[in-house]
Write a protein that binds this ligand. Sequence first.
Ligand SMILES: NC(=O)c1ccc[n+]([C@@H]2O[C@H](COP(=O)([O-])OP(=O)(O)OC[C@H]3O[C@@H](n4cnc5c(N)ncnc54)[C@H](O)[C@@H]3O)[C@@H](O)[C@H]2O)c1
Ligand SMILES: N[C@H](CO)Cc1c[nH]c[nH+]1
Ligand SMILES: [Zn+2]
Length: 433
Amino acid sequence: MPVFLNASAPEFEAAFTALLSAKREEAVDVDDTVAAIIADVRARGDAAVIELTAKFDKLELTPDRLAFSPAEIAAEVAKVPADERAALELAAARIRAYHERQRPADARWTDDTGAELGWRWGPVAAAGLYVPGGLASYPSSVLMNAIPAQVAGVERLVICAPTPGGVVNPLVLLAAQIAGVDTVYRIGGAQAVAAMAYGTDTIAPVDKITGPGNAYVAAAKRRVFGRVGIDMIAGPSEILVIADKDNDPDWIALDLLSQAEHDESAQSILITTDEGFGRAVADAVGKRLKTLERRAIAGASWRDYGAVIVVRDLAQAAALSDRIAPEHLELCVADPDALLAQIKHAGAVFLGHWTPEAIGDYIGGPNHVLPTARSARFSSGLSVLDFMKRTTLAKMTPEALRAIGPAAEQLATSESLQAHGLSVRARLDCLNR
Ligand SMILES: NC(=O)c1ccc[n+]([C@@H]2O[C@H](COP(=O)([O-])OP(=O)(O)OC[C@H]3O[C@@H](n4cnc5c(N)ncnc54)[C@H](O)[C@@H]3O)[C@@H](O)[C@H]2O)c1
Ligand SMILES: N[C@H](CO)Cc1c[nH]c[nH+]1
Ligand SMILES: [Zn+2]
């Protein structure tokens, strides 16, 4: 059973704080392991990547087999049944249509001094897309990573996706083909992140690493940040469902389990205004766990990190939700838009009874690579902007320099940065001659 809390009880605050601070992916041993892996890959390159892949993924590779060959990709892709291909193509089209709307606009204007100002957007040159593959394989994450990168105009895209025991999901390679990425490395974990950040003899370094992964991947992305850009911390999955009593407990139970089945470190929480409904959902989860294929993973996640919280009203639910800042938030209430208006922090919101979170995982259109571990307080889901940079532009005319240059000179003096001031003064003097 997960924890069952009543938000009006005196002991609630302590229990809720403990729930929020549960160290699902920040254990010191994970970070220590990751630090050692990154150092090893930096020092020994391909040899380290190959040894670590043998150790963690039970797969023996050689430098020339780190990437799938075109012939291997063609052979795997040929195995995909037509209905699976059609579903993937529909998903790709919907994800592309959604992300095309995110293309940002350049801007340029002249202010009242005559100065031309603005900004220009441009893509990063090379991006490394992490596609998880330890406990499950994620063709959908190929599309969610690669399509926004392509819409942004990134020139070089590579994918890293582990294949434990050498077992390949052909749909991962088909998704890469549909998205137009032809370099797919069969490596994962911190070693893949390190290889993409620092480069090896075989793997050229990239400028930005995106994509979800387990605690080791998330810790590795944190550590390589600065050497490369990263999108966000997109670690073990989370769902928070806010539901009133007018829901089918089994639907809500399945929604909670849909994220619990990703990882033992995943977290599923129900907040409800009705205690009886909360107990019915907990019972339904128990029943479903008896038959779910991934019951070992989902059961451990629900037992260790799951929670049912009973609140007095939806306003209290919204306030608690903001403190959780969940990756996914389902609003299964009569007026979800009214409740949405009270929500400030969530990676992705799913409105109403007919929007199970799984729609967002696969086919809705919005990205499923989303901030976890409360980082939705300051991060957003993966988007076209994550693959772009904004360069600011400024162009002075003599008149503009005359108007604002003296203030720059003044500020340079205040900061005791003489050359700064002189660089402006030299031009002003020229204008005054
Ligand atoms: N937040 C998001 O947007 C999002 C999206 C999809 C999936 N996810 C999450 O991604 C994760 C996928 O995890 P996964 O495990 O299936 O695949 P993964 O590819 O993230 O991790 C597998 C790799 O972890 C490394 N690893 C495993 N145990 C290790 C150990 N003891 N020491 C060092 N390295 C180790 C191995 O190198 C292995 O290749 C899940 O937590 C899921 O919830 C998150
Ligand atoms: N729920 C995951 C994000 O936390 C994404 C996903 C992919 N496939 C299934 N689910
Ligand atoms: Zn999911």
